[in-house]
Design a protein around this ligand. Structure first.
Ligand code: PMP
Length: 378
């Protein structure tokens, strides 16, 4: 019998519960498809792809378009199949056996997961009960462990909190290694660490086309960082990893930035409506700078557990992310901002569940093991 690597045996795979519902607000995607003009432009260009040839290995035009959008040099752009693959490439190059990667929990679980898969040791700093990050904790983690790579996620997933600029600057001053700021949701927030990227600073900022650009189906992400670091990543990533179709789709998407900005505005205003409405319900709401909101049913005599509320929503055909059994997130649920109609449906269903205690009825549509396997990779 062949055996998997010893250090992988303890790791669990990551999946999302597949539940058949009407309103799907659990994976932080864009609620709208890309604009019709984008589809037309892609269709026109795709018909000209040389399918018998390997794609442009350097993804030159795509990188130029991303660089132009951010006012940086194309040599400072590294693109890959989703920001998850960007993160994996960074960790293959800068983590690995004998190296240490630091996270501040709770945060996006794939940071620790990918780091472990590369063979690195993961050290977990702790956030405060309100999920903010104490500067003293940053100092403790850095001084104690001297990590080779440190992650911050801003806005953080699943909490939604935007990391203050001072925290990123503090980290840059004291970190001995690479600082990665994961900005999968930055367009929904009011500041970005992109301005801090420079050739003489070991900082990368990662972005994705999966949210703002309505392109989760295409799997495209990138980072902006020093060109010498991008050159190292190019050595690590597989040749021709970005297919020709994706290069076209990503490049064309960037032409629709006005439409995408409008959608971001709509999501932000709906997020604020959800937050305000939740504030009048018996739940704790965490301030979000992202396209989702974390909340927790509050204690009361007739209190429902987070999981019971989640089940109550499922019974009303609304799916949110059940974080209630994840470490440090007891009873928490996370709702992705959907269309205005979907958000209203969610809010109405939640009101009824919280008032009526209708939750907790096992639904036919979901089985226990699927619930338990509701890991976080989105
Ligand atoms: N970073 C964060 C914080 C995320 O929440 C996600 C996905 N939800 C990703 C990265 C990965 O995004 P993708 O691979 O789709 O670009």
């Amino acid at each position: 019998m062949i055996r998997v690597r010893d250090d992988l045996r303890a790791l669990e795979g990551y999946h999302s519960a597949q539940v058949d519902v009407r309103v799907r607000l659990n994976t932080n995607e864009s609620p709208e498809p890309p604009p019709p003009a984008f589809r037309d432009a892609v269709a026109a260009e795709v018909s000209r792809i040389d399918w018998h040839r390997y794609p442009d290995r350097a993804a030159t035009e795509l990188r130029e378009a991303i660089a132009e959008a951010h006012g940086v040099d194309p040599a400072q752009v590294f693109a890959a199949n989703g920001s998850n693959e960007v993160l994996q490439t960074v960790l293959l190059a800068y983590a690995g056996p004998g190296r240490t990667v630091a996270t501040f929990e709770p945060t996006y679980q794939m940071h620790a997961q990918i780091a472990r898969v590369t063979g690195a040791t993961v050290v977990e700093g702790e956030r405060a009960a309100d999920f903010t990050l104490d500067p003293e904790e940053v100092i403790r983690v850095i001084e104690t462990f001297q990590p080779d790579v440190v992650f911050l996620t801003s806005p953080n997933n699943p909490t939604g909190l935007v990391e203050p600029a001072d925290r990123v600057r503090q980290l840059l001053e004291i970190a001995p290694g690479l600082v990665v700021v994961d900005e999968a949701y930055a367009q929904f927030a009011d500041w970005s660490a992109l301005d801090l990227v420079s050739e003489d600073r070991p900082l990368v900022v990662t972005r994705t086309f999966s949210k703002t650009w309505s392109m989760a189906g295409a799997r495209l992400g990138y980072l902006i960082g020093p060109s010498w670091l991008v050159a190292e990543l190019e050595k690590v990533v597989l040749p021709y990893h970005l297919d020709a179709f994706k290069q076209v789709a990503g490049r064309l998407a960037l032409r629709f930035s006005d439409e995408m900005d409008d959608r971001v505005q709509q999501v932000v205003s709906e997020r604020d409506r959800i937050t305000t409405t939740l504030a009048d319900m018996p739940v704790d709401v965490f301030p979000s700078g992202a396209n989702f909101v974390l909340f927790r049913p509050t204690q009361g005599i007739e209190r429902l557990s987070g999981h019971a509320v989640w089940q109550g929503l499922i019974d009303r055909s609304v799916l949110v992310r059940d974080c209630s059994s994840w470490p440090r997130l007891e009873n928490c649920l996370r709702v992705t901002v959907g269309t205005p109609a979907e958000n209203s449906e969610f809010l109405d269903a939640l009101q009824i569940v919280l008032e009526g205690g209708e939750a907790g009825q096992p639904s036919n549509e979901i089985v226990g093991s699927e619930v338990a396997a509701d890991g976080e990779n989105s």
